[in-house]
Design a protein around this ligand. Sequence first.
Ligand code: F6P
Length: 322
Amino acid sequence: MKTIAVLTSGGDAPGMNACIRSVVRSGAAHGLQVIGFRRGFTGLMAGDYIPLGPRAVANIIQRGGTFLGTSRSPEFKGTEGRRKAIDVLEKAGVEGLIVIGGDGSFRGIYDLIRECDIRAVGIPGTIDNDIYGTDVSIGFDTAVNTVLEAIDRIRDTAASHERLFFVEVMGRQSGFIALEVGLAGGAEAVVVPEAPTDIKQLSKVLIDSQHRGKSSSIVIVTEGDEPGVAFTLAEQVKACVGMESRVVVLGHIQRGGSPTAKDRVLATLLGAAAVTALVEGKTGVMVGEINNMVVLTPLPEAWGKKKILDLSRLSLVGTLAG
Ligand code: F6P
């Protein structure tokens, strides 16, 4: 194997740059040429790539976002789009492709490797942390810490005004961010897609805590696939709870910022492991980390199996609400 390529795909996540750096420098250590496609699969189909030597990735380990750029590409889902990508890869002499992204990106490369002789390995990069086959995905820890800082600030004003706050956090199909920050930030309740939302029960929790002397509360709400859902929930709860309330939607602020040490280390380990996997002839797998060990998971499992949210932790939020 002489040449490999790397790209980032789907929603950006802090730590993607650290991961690209690791892929590039591990590749160089194996004597490989590395190229980087810009703008995810969109750039791959257009043949938009740059050579990436070890110096090209200097001074990026601490930067959020992805310096290669990223995209969500409906065109790549079709055979026509993938045909363009295969032509580009073959002309550039690419024998191995590393894709840093989420489940949609993994489906794309799995289809691609069935249509050509190029090997491909996925690396889980999404703040949602909803990918099976890894304890944590790149970007999750940074996003959690970003949200936590916001919650701590919101608690200051919530307490000062004796208000109820609904804080909406990201997570398209999963409540990993919500549950983690709910525990870390001492929220009174957490709403996740993995458990049904019972408005009466939620209102009772808030009313009970008022009766126990609480003058302010914070409810963490997962946006799911409907950003702004916290406004609807707040309206429904307001009808039952006699407390002044406010809604904060944190939105894309959660995706930016310098990656935490945890994310940089994870990204670095997985980037190196992906290169090793390609060199060893592996393909159609995702590299993840489980119990501090690098684990390879077949791509169809990575997107097909559901990563389970620990619902006992959700009950713990309620128990500790005081
Ligand atoms: O997949 C990560 C994520 O940040 C989700 O939590 C969110 O629902 C989605 O991306 C937002 O996507 P976009 O940036 O395309 O609006």
